[in-house]
Write a protein of this length. Structure first.
Length: 323
């Protein structure tokens, strides 16, 4: 059916119609930082932050003394002094005078809005460093210092594919990246073997295991000893259980946590969260930079490093395919 001649329609009005722009801004990217939000907090006083790790001697079932015998001292070893370099995470926003004062949708101040956004982005940058296998970098006048990530700092209970390895960090910083091994699929057999190794070395299993989304789905398919049927009474609706969030192993329960930043990755991390910290040389702050024209420039910075106190309490399954 045709529109009557000379009817003034929405399309005739053209640009005379006011815009309908919602007065808010929706963020579409994830903001969570599961590991650093759960980690402890420490204070760094130097750009190279250090801590001590000590170990007990092996238990001796034949430690039996003669009645009345003289005491003989055994050899004692000092704690191992290890560390990590602080990494400067920064971002800068520059807003023109006009952009700051014009009427805007979803924000009053472009400067304040972007500063708040940058703080969240810096947190994500730090989280991404934590789940990486980056080696530590001392830094120089022409090289930025970098903190090593979990992939380079967990070595005792590191389960690699053929040919892969993670250098032991027995002193100093973890400045050498892991050597990649032959890729293999994540299996329950592989997972259980790593839990057993970790329990043997640490006496317990970690609080949580962090997976890529794809590896989390694989872990949810682990058979274990699972209840497969649920009784639904009366008019109640049934629930389809398609995932597992807690794995009860022979050595204790461990939470299974998917991590979106590990998507496409090759590692699974088992973390004793009490042993994980972030040490801050300079906590989050912002500063206005010199003005060189009709604009405002502000820089946001956080200067921090990853600390893994007792890495023997954690584990890493590396060289996984299908991440």
């Amino acid at each position: 059916m045709a529109v009557p001649t000379n009817t003034y329609t929405r399309y005739t009005a053209g640009t005379n119609v006011r815009e309908d722009l919602a007065d808010y801004i929706a963020r579409q990217d994830p903001e969570k930082t599961p590991i650093i939000s759960s980690a402890g907090r420490d204070k760094a006083k130097q750009t190279f932050h250090e801590w001590n790790r000590d170990a007990l001697r092996a238990p001796n079932a034949d430690n039996a003394a003669l009645d009345g015998d003289d005491a003989t001292a055994s050899a004692k070893t000092p704690p191992a002094r290890v560390g990590n370099y602080c990494q400067i995470f920064q971002d800068t926003v520059q807003v023109s005078g006009r952009a700051e004062v014009v009427d805007k949708a979803g924000m009053k101040s472009a400067l304040a809005y972007n500063k708040a956004k940058m703080y969240k982005e810096l947190m994500r940058d730090m989280e991404k460093m934590v789940v990486s296998s980056n080696p530590a970098v001392l830094g120089s006048g022409g090289t930025a210092p970098k903190s090593s990530g979990l992939g380079a700092m967990i070595f005792t209970n590191a389960n690699h594919g053929a040919g892969g390895s993670t250098p032991a960090q027995t002193s100093g910083a973890a400045t050498v990246a892991p050597t990649a091994g032959t890729a293999r699929a994540l299996t329950e057999t592989l997972y259980k073997a790593t839990l057993q190794t970790t329990y043997t070395n640490a006496g317990e299993v970690p609080d949580a295991a962090y997976f890529s989304p794809a590896h989390k789905q694989v872990a949810s398919g682990f058979t274990g000893i699972a209840q497969q049927r649920y009784e639904v009474k009366g008019t109640n609706q049934g629930t389809i259980i398609g995932a597992a969030d807690v794995y009860v192993s022979d050595f204790g329960a461990i939470n299974h946590v998917p991590h979106y930043m590990m998507a496409g990755g090759t590692n699974v991390y088992g973390l004793a969260l009490a042993e994980i910290k972030v040490a801050y040389l300079r906590p989050y702050f912002s500063k206005e930079l010199a003005r060189t024209g009709d604009s405002i420039k502000e820089q946001c910075i956080v200067d921090a490093t990853l600390v893994v106190d007792a890495e023997k309490a954690c584990f890493k399954i590396a060289d996984l395919s299908g991440g």
